[in-house]
Design a binder for this molecule. Structure first.
Ligand SMILES: Nc1ncnc2c1ncn2[C@@H]1O[C@H](COP(=O)(O)OP(=O)(O)OP(=O)(O)O)[C@@H](O)[C@H]1O
Ligand SMILES: [Mg+2]
Length: 305
Protein backbone atom coordinates (compact mmCIF):
# COMPACT_ATOMS: atom_id res chain seq x y z
CA UNK A 1 0.00 0.00 0.00
CA UNK A 2 1.42 3.41 -0.94
CA UNK A 3 0.06 6.56 0.52
CA UNK A 4 0.27 10.09 -0.88
CA UNK A 5 1.19 11.28 2.56
CA UNK A 6 4.69 10.59 3.83
CA UNK A 7 3.41 10.41 7.39
CA UNK A 8 -0.09 9.81 8.71
CA UNK A 9 -0.94 9.81 12.36
CA UNK A 10 -4.44 9.08 13.55
CA UNK A 11 -5.82 9.35 17.07
CA UNK A 12 -2.32 8.85 18.49
CA UNK A 13 -2.12 8.69 22.26
CA UNK A 14 0.89 8.08 24.40
CA UNK A 15 0.80 8.14 28.16
CA UNK A 16 3.58 7.33 30.57
CA UNK A 17 3.16 5.72 33.96
CA UNK A 18 4.91 7.68 36.66
CA UNK A 19 5.94 6.65 40.14
CA UNK A 20 3.73 8.11 42.91
CA UNK A 21 1.92 10.37 40.45
CA UNK A 22 -0.92 10.14 37.97
CA UNK A 23 0.02 9.01 34.47
CA UNK A 24 1.39 11.63 32.12
CA UNK A 25 -0.41 12.04 28.80
CA UNK A 26 2.30 13.19 26.40
CA UNK A 27 0.31 12.83 23.17
CA UNK A 28 -3.44 13.16 23.42
CA UNK A 29 -5.37 12.06 20.33
CA UNK A 30 -3.11 13.47 17.62
CA UNK A 31 -4.05 13.48 13.92
CA UNK A 32 -1.40 14.53 11.44
CA UNK A 33 -1.00 14.37 7.67
CA UNK A 34 2.40 15.16 6.27
CA UNK A 35 2.32 15.37 2.46
CA UNK A 36 5.14 13.72 0.52
CA UNK A 37 7.76 16.21 -0.67
CA UNK A 38 8.66 19.52 0.97
CA UNK A 39 9.69 20.61 4.43
CA UNK A 40 7.17 20.11 7.25
CA UNK A 41 7.65 21.94 10.55
CA UNK A 42 6.46 20.30 13.74
CA UNK A 43 6.18 23.09 16.31
CA UNK A 44 5.16 23.39 19.90
CA UNK A 45 6.33 24.62 23.30
CA UNK A 46 8.56 22.52 25.53
CA UNK A 47 6.81 19.39 26.68
CA UNK A 48 4.01 19.58 24.10
CA UNK A 49 4.72 16.06 22.82
CA UNK A 50 6.88 16.55 19.73
CA UNK A 51 9.68 14.17 20.63
CA UNK A 52 7.23 11.59 21.93
CA UNK A 53 5.33 11.72 18.62
CA UNK A 54 8.58 11.33 16.69
CA UNK A 55 9.57 8.38 18.87
CA UNK A 56 6.22 6.74 18.11
CA UNK A 57 6.71 7.36 14.38
CA UNK A 58 10.11 5.70 14.44
CA UNK A 59 8.97 2.70 16.44
CA UNK A 60 11.11 3.71 19.44
CA UNK A 61 8.15 3.68 21.81
CA UNK A 62 4.85 1.90 21.50
CA UNK A 63 1.78 4.15 21.23
CA UNK A 64 -0.80 3.69 23.97
CA UNK A 65 -3.49 4.02 21.30
CA UNK A 66 -3.92 5.10 17.69
CA UNK A 67 -1.82 4.52 14.62
CA UNK A 68 1.21 5.91 12.80
CA UNK A 69 1.87 5.23 9.15
CA UNK A 70 5.26 6.11 7.65
CA UNK A 71 5.76 5.92 3.87
CA UNK A 72 2.54 3.95 3.66
CA UNK A 73 3.47 1.35 6.27
CA UNK A 74 2.23 0.97 9.82
CA UNK A 75 5.12 -1.36 10.55
CA UNK A 76 8.21 0.85 10.75
CA UNK A 77 10.88 -1.84 10.22
CA UNK A 78 9.46 -2.34 6.71
CA UNK A 79 10.44 1.20 5.70
CA UNK A 80 13.40 1.87 8.00
CA UNK A 81 15.86 1.80 5.11
CA UNK A 82 14.03 4.62 3.39
CA UNK A 83 13.94 6.88 6.45
CA UNK A 84 16.81 8.90 7.94
CA UNK A 85 16.33 10.24 11.46
CA UNK A 86 17.99 12.12 14.27
CA UNK A 87 16.14 12.07 17.57
CA UNK A 88 18.70 12.54 20.28
CA UNK A 89 22.09 14.11 19.62
CA UNK A 90 23.83 11.46 17.53
CA UNK A 91 26.85 9.93 19.20
CA UNK A 92 30.07 9.29 17.37
CA UNK A 93 33.41 7.82 18.36
CA UNK A 94 35.35 10.93 19.41
CA UNK A 95 38.71 9.33 18.86
CA UNK A 96 37.94 8.43 15.22
CA UNK A 97 37.79 10.83 12.32
CA UNK A 98 34.48 11.94 10.82
CA UNK A 99 35.22 9.83 7.75
CA UNK A 100 36.01 6.71 9.81
CA UNK A 101 32.78 7.12 11.79
CA UNK A 102 30.77 7.32 8.58
CA UNK A 103 32.60 4.34 7.08
CA UNK A 104 31.63 2.27 10.11
CA UNK A 105 28.02 3.41 9.81
CA UNK A 106 28.03 2.60 6.10
CA UNK A 107 29.28 -0.89 6.91
CA UNK A 108 26.60 -1.46 9.54
CA UNK A 109 23.88 -0.07 7.27
CA UNK A 110 25.12 -2.06 4.27
CA UNK A 111 25.57 1.14 2.32
CA UNK A 112 28.43 1.32 -0.22
CA UNK A 113 31.46 3.02 1.33
CA UNK A 114 31.82 5.07 -1.81
CA UNK A 115 28.93 7.24 -0.60
CA UNK A 116 30.93 8.52 2.37
CA UNK A 117 32.94 11.15 0.49
CA UNK A 118 29.83 12.42 -1.27
CA UNK A 119 27.90 13.00 1.97
CA UNK A 120 30.91 14.61 3.65
CA UNK A 121 31.11 17.00 0.72
CA UNK A 122 27.40 17.66 0.89
CA UNK A 123 27.50 18.80 4.53
CA UNK A 124 30.70 20.76 3.94
CA UNK A 125 32.90 18.55 6.08
CA UNK A 126 35.24 17.31 3.37
CA UNK A 127 38.16 19.39 4.65
CA UNK A 128 37.73 18.25 8.27
CA UNK A 129 36.94 14.65 7.31
CA UNK A 130 40.20 13.27 8.70
CA UNK A 131 40.17 15.21 11.98
CA UNK A 132 39.06 13.46 15.12
CA UNK A 133 35.39 14.04 15.92
CA UNK A 134 36.28 15.15 19.45
CA UNK A 135 37.88 18.25 17.92
CA UNK A 136 34.70 19.16 16.00
CA UNK A 137 32.60 22.17 16.99
CA UNK A 138 28.91 21.67 17.84
CA UNK A 139 27.94 22.82 14.34
CA UNK A 140 30.36 20.32 12.77
CA UNK A 141 28.97 17.50 14.91
CA UNK A 142 25.46 18.43 13.82
CA UNK A 143 26.57 18.34 10.21
CA UNK A 144 28.22 14.97 10.73
CA UNK A 145 24.87 13.79 12.09
CA UNK A 146 23.22 15.00 8.89
CA UNK A 147 25.91 13.20 6.85
CA UNK A 148 25.09 9.99 8.71
CA UNK A 149 21.40 10.47 7.90
CA UNK A 150 22.16 11.06 4.23
CA UNK A 151 24.28 7.92 3.89
CA UNK A 152 21.27 5.76 3.08
CA UNK A 153 19.85 8.31 0.63
CA UNK A 154 16.53 8.50 2.51
CA UNK A 155 13.18 9.45 0.97
CA UNK A 156 12.02 10.80 4.31
CA UNK A 157 14.06 12.63 6.93
CA UNK A 158 12.72 12.91 10.47
CA UNK A 159 14.79 15.36 12.48
CA UNK A 160 14.12 16.39 16.07
CA UNK A 161 15.45 19.94 16.53
CA UNK A 162 18.15 19.75 13.86
CA UNK A 163 19.20 23.37 14.30
CA UNK A 164 19.64 23.34 18.08
CA UNK A 165 22.56 25.43 19.26
CA UNK A 166 23.73 26.59 15.85
CA UNK A 167 25.00 30.10 15.14
CA UNK A 168 23.46 32.19 12.32
CA UNK A 169 25.88 30.86 9.70
CA UNK A 170 25.24 27.28 10.86
CA UNK A 171 21.49 27.88 10.76
CA UNK A 172 21.71 29.10 7.20
CA UNK A 173 23.73 26.04 6.18
CA UNK A 174 21.20 23.66 7.71
CA UNK A 175 18.35 25.65 6.17
CA UNK A 176 19.90 25.52 2.70
CA UNK A 177 20.67 21.82 3.03
CA UNK A 178 17.15 20.91 4.17
CA UNK A 179 15.63 23.04 1.42
CA UNK A 180 17.83 21.37 -1.21
CA UNK A 181 16.89 17.91 0.09
CA UNK A 182 13.20 18.78 -0.21
CA UNK A 183 13.71 20.25 -3.66
CA UNK A 184 15.16 16.90 -4.72
CA UNK A 185 11.74 15.39 -3.93
CA UNK A 186 12.41 14.13 -0.41
CA UNK A 187 10.16 14.80 2.55
CA UNK A 188 11.81 16.59 5.46
CA UNK A 189 9.95 16.51 8.79
CA UNK A 190 11.55 18.71 11.45
CA UNK A 191 10.58 19.70 14.94
CA UNK A 192 11.80 23.12 15.93
CA UNK A 193 11.54 26.05 18.29
CA UNK A 194 13.14 28.42 15.82
CA UNK A 195 10.00 29.87 14.35
CA UNK A 196 11.71 32.35 12.10
CA UNK A 197 13.80 29.55 10.59
CA UNK A 198 10.71 27.42 10.17
CA UNK A 199 8.91 30.25 8.41
CA UNK A 200 11.85 30.60 6.02
CA UNK A 201 11.98 26.97 4.90
CA UNK A 202 8.81 25.08 5.75
CA UNK A 203 6.03 24.50 3.26
CA UNK A 204 3.60 23.25 5.90
CA UNK A 205 3.48 23.22 9.68
CA UNK A 206 1.64 21.68 12.60
CA UNK A 207 1.46 23.48 15.93
CA UNK A 208 1.25 21.30 19.04
CA UNK A 209 0.00 22.23 22.47
CA UNK A 210 -0.43 19.82 25.38
CA UNK A 211 -0.19 16.74 23.16
CA UNK A 212 -2.72 17.96 20.60
CA UNK A 213 -2.41 19.62 17.24
CA UNK A 214 -4.06 23.04 17.35
CA UNK A 215 -3.29 24.17 13.79
CA UNK A 216 -1.89 22.51 10.70
CA UNK A 217 -1.56 23.12 7.00
CA UNK A 218 0.48 25.11 4.47
CA UNK A 219 2.38 27.94 6.23
CA UNK A 220 0.61 30.63 4.17
CA UNK A 221 -2.77 29.28 5.21
CA UNK A 222 -1.90 28.97 8.88
CA UNK A 223 -0.71 32.59 8.78
CA UNK A 224 -3.59 33.84 6.66
CA UNK A 225 -6.30 32.53 8.94
CA UNK A 226 -5.02 34.85 11.61
CA UNK A 227 -3.65 37.70 9.50
CA UNK A 228 -5.01 40.24 7.10
CA UNK A 229 -6.77 42.50 9.54
CA UNK A 230 -4.22 45.19 10.27
CA UNK A 231 -2.10 47.78 8.48
CA UNK A 232 1.17 49.46 9.26
CA UNK A 233 0.80 53.21 8.72
CA UNK A 234 3.60 55.74 8.74
CA UNK A 235 2.83 59.43 8.64
CA UNK A 236 4.05 62.76 9.98
CA UNK A 237 2.14 63.93 13.07
CA UNK A 238 1.76 60.33 14.20
CA UNK A 239 -0.08 61.16 17.42
CA UNK A 240 -2.70 63.16 15.53
CA UNK A 241 -2.97 60.43 12.88
CA UNK A 242 -3.63 57.91 15.62
CA UNK A 243 -6.44 59.90 17.10
CA UNK A 244 -8.01 60.68 13.68
CA UNK A 245 -7.99 57.00 12.70
CA UNK A 246 -9.29 55.76 16.03
CA UNK A 247 -12.16 58.29 15.89
CA UNK A 248 -12.94 57.14 12.35
CA UNK A 249 -13.42 53.60 13.61
CA UNK A 250 -9.95 52.17 12.95
CA UNK A 251 -8.44 51.30 16.36
CA UNK A 252 -4.77 52.33 16.19
CA UNK A 253 -1.78 51.76 18.43
CA UNK A 254 1.86 52.86 18.33
CA UNK A 255 4.19 50.14 17.09
CA UNK A 256 7.26 51.69 18.67
CA UNK A 257 9.05 52.32 15.38
CA UNK A 258 7.46 55.64 14.37
CA UNK A 259 4.53 53.83 12.80
CA UNK A 260 1.00 52.83 13.77
CA UNK A 261 -0.74 49.49 13.79
CA UNK A 262 -4.20 50.15 12.41
CA UNK A 263 -6.85 47.47 12.75
CA UNK A 264 -8.92 47.44 9.58
CA UNK A 265 -10.14 45.11 6.89
CA UNK A 266 -7.77 44.59 3.93
CA UNK A 267 -10.12 46.58 1.70
CA UNK A 268 -9.83 49.69 3.89
CA UNK A 269 -6.52 51.03 2.50
CA UNK A 270 -8.18 53.72 0.37
CA UNK A 271 -10.46 54.85 3.18
CA UNK A 272 -7.56 55.13 5.62
CA UNK A 273 -5.62 57.29 3.13
CA UNK A 274 -8.66 59.51 2.56
CA UNK A 275 -9.50 59.84 6.26
CA UNK A 276 -6.00 61.11 7.00
CA UNK A 277 -5.79 63.33 3.89
CA UNK A 278 -9.03 65.09 4.90
CA UNK A 279 -7.18 66.20 8.03
CA UNK A 280 -4.17 67.24 5.93
CA UNK A 281 -2.10 64.26 7.10
CA UNK A 282 -0.38 62.69 4.12
CA UNK A 283 0.88 59.21 4.93
CA UNK A 284 4.32 58.09 3.83
CA UNK A 285 3.69 54.35 4.10
CA UNK A 286 0.69 52.05 4.21
CA UNK A 287 1.08 48.27 4.02
CA UNK A 288 -0.68 45.20 5.32
CA UNK A 289 0.90 43.98 8.54
CA UNK A 290 2.94 40.84 8.00
CA UNK A 291 2.00 38.06 10.33
CA UNK A 292 4.88 36.06 11.67
CA UNK A 293 4.70 32.42 12.60
CA UNK A 294 6.02 33.49 15.98
CA UNK A 295 3.02 35.77 16.58
CA UNK A 296 0.59 33.03 15.54
CA UNK A 297 2.40 30.48 17.66
CA UNK A 298 2.29 32.69 20.75
CA UNK A 299 -1.35 33.54 20.19
CA UNK A 300 -2.32 29.88 19.78
CA UNK A 301 -0.21 28.34 22.50
CA UNK A 302 -0.14 31.25 24.93
CA UNK A 303 3.41 30.19 25.64
CA UNK A 304 6.87 31.51 25.06
CA UNK A 305 8.97 29.02 23.11
N1 LIG B 1 9.57 8.43 29.40
C1 LIG B 1 8.76 9.35 29.91
N2 LIG B 1 8.19 9.20 31.13
C2 LIG B 1 7.37 10.12 31.65
N3 LIG B 1 7.03 11.27 31.04
C3 LIG B 1 7.56 11.50 29.83
C4 LIG B 1 8.45 10.56 29.19
N4 LIG B 1 8.81 11.07 27.98
C5 LIG B 1 8.17 12.25 27.87
N5 LIG B 1 7.44 12.52 28.98
C6 LIG B 1 6.61 13.70 29.22
O1 LIG B 1 5.75 13.92 28.11
C7 LIG B 1 5.63 15.30 27.81
C8 LIG B 1 6.00 15.54 26.37
O2 LIG B 1 7.41 15.36 26.23
P1 LIG B 1 8.15 15.51 24.83
O3 LIG B 1 9.59 15.21 25.08
O4 LIG B 1 7.45 14.72 23.81
O5 LIG B 1 7.95 17.06 24.53
P2 LIG B 1 8.62 17.98 23.42
O6 LIG B 1 7.50 18.68 22.72
O7 LIG B 1 9.57 17.20 22.59
O8 LIG B 1 9.40 19.06 24.31
P3 LIG B 1 10.78 19.83 24.01
O9 LIG B 1 10.41 21.00 23.14
O10 LIG B 1 11.20 20.30 25.37
O11 LIG B 1 11.75 18.89 23.37
C9 LIG B 1 6.50 16.03 28.81
O12 LIG B 1 5.70 16.49 29.86
C10 LIG B 1 7.46 14.96 29.31
O13 LIG B 1 7.85 15.21 30.62
MG1 LIG C 1 11.62 17.35 22.27
Amino acid sequence: MRSVNAIEVSSLRKSFRRRFRSEKIAVDGLDLEVPAGGVYGFLGPNGSGKTTTIRCLLGLVRPTDGECSVLGSTHFPEVVRRVGSIVETPTFFGGFSGRRNLELLAQIGEVPRTRVDGVLERVDLAEAADDRVRTYSLGMKQRLGMAAVLLKDPELLVLDEPANGLDPAGLKEVRDLLRDLADEGRTVFISSHLLHEVQLICDSVAIMSHGRCIAQGPVDEVLQVRGGNAFVVRAPKLREAKSVLTKAGYPSTFRGDQSLRVVADVSAAGRITKTLAEKSIYLTELRPEEISLEAVFLELTGDVS
